[in-house]
Design a protein around this ligand. Structure first.
Ligand code: ADP
Length: 326
């Protein structure tokens, strides 16, 4: 027998990503449409443990679809790693009759949701909230498109100043384990080189290519490097400055601007779809999965199979970068 759900809790957990608000809005409005009560849980699992839970109405999510960040706030919660913490959280849900949970977060948050559901029989649905696009089982994650577009806008501006001064700019973008932001933003801005954690970085090859371009008087140079690359922005800049002291080399770390800002139209669309679909999953009894989109169709992956994508970025992408940058 499928467990019937009547009261849904929604929370954001782990790192924030633009589009989380649009997602909360979709969960709240879809729940209300189906006659379910819906509760906003503040600061991720911490709000569950500390009983920071508020009933939401349609107007609670008015005027947020275009806003970055998350009205529910997000957090990492140490207590939720322990059984005692999770039991406390369960009691707080139980006293309100909350019998279904939507967790917007990354693979760590999904692991927490799976453990919690196994222990206390509360069905959980995950929604992939991460700018890194590093979760297997979805072509897109919440906030990735916005983060890439923010990076592209910033890199375009850096290119102007690089061009004006004939400088080499090394731009570090986010991506501790995955190079998707670097790859996409680097290709879209015509970077000469893109360094990602999925590939070994060959510094000698970079130096050779810079020297060769210097000979040809091709002076504007942008290198986009993911923060999780084996060297990272700072070390790479140091190495290039040592080896090519006459080249004016500057480092720019884009940092947290990539997490903020108004979500793109694309992110608003996928999050609206995912939020709606999460509530339908709970109603239909498709429990303990995370909702993704694959080939433009909703795709459901068991929470316990959701892992960080350790996908190799194909050689073809790297070849495209090289060919287009010559
Ligand atoms: P993300 O969801 O972005 O990957 P984290 O890995 O930091 O972020 O996880 C977010 C939160 O999810 C943690 O602070 C913790 O509260 C919860 N969590 C993660 N892994 C587990 C786990 N194995 N058991 C219980 N809770 C977990």
């Amino acid at each position: 027998m499928k467990k019937k759900v009547s009261k849904i809790g929604v929370l954001c957990s782990g790192g924030d990503s633009p589009g989380m608000n649009a997602c909360i809005r979709a969960v709240v409005r879809t729940s209300l449409y189906y006659g379910l009560e819906v509760y906003g849980i503040t600061r991720g699992y911490s709000g569950m443990v500390d009983d920071d839970i508020t009933k939401m109405e349609s107007r609670s999510v008015a005027n947020i679809i275009q806003r970055g960040g998350t009205i529910l706030k997000t957090a990492r919660c140490k207590e939720f790693f322990s059984y005692e913490g999770r039991e406390k959280a369960y009691k707080n849900l139980k006293k309100r009759g909350i019998d279904g949970l939507v967790v917007i977060g990354g693979d760590g948050s999904f692991r927490g949701a799976q453990t919690f559901s196994n222990e206390f029989d509360i069905p959980c649905i995950g929604l992939p909230g991460t700018i890194d696009k590093d979760i297997a089982g979805t072509d897109f994650t919440i906030g990735f498109d916005t983060a890439v577009n923010t990076a592209v806008e910033a890199i375009d501006k850096i290119r102007d100043t690089a061009d004006a001064h004939d400088r080499l700019f090394i731009i570090e973008v986010m991506g501790r384990d995955a190079g998707y932001i670097a790859l996409h933003s680097g290709i879209a801005t015509g970077a000469e080189n893109i360094l990602i954690p999925e590939r070994k970085t060959d510094v000698e090859d970079i130096i050779r290519s810079l020297e060769e371009k210097e000979k040809r008087k091709k002076l504007v140079n942008l290198i986009v490097v993911a923060e999780g690359d084996q060297f990272g922005g700072e070390e790479l800049t140091k190495l290039i400055k040592e080896r090519m002291p006459l080249l004016e080399t500057r480092l720019c770390i884009l940092g947290h601007i990539q997490r903020g800002g108004s979500p793109t139209c694309f992110d608003r669309l996928i999050t609206s779809r995912m939020g709606y679909s999460a509530v339908e999953c709970l109603i239909e009894g498709r429990h303990n999965v995370f909702v993704g989109i694959v080939n433009n169709r909703m795709h459901y992956t068991p929470l316990n199979e959701a892992v960080k994508k350790k996908q190799r970025i194909g050689e073809e992408w790297i070849r495209i970068v090289k060919i287009l940058a010559t």
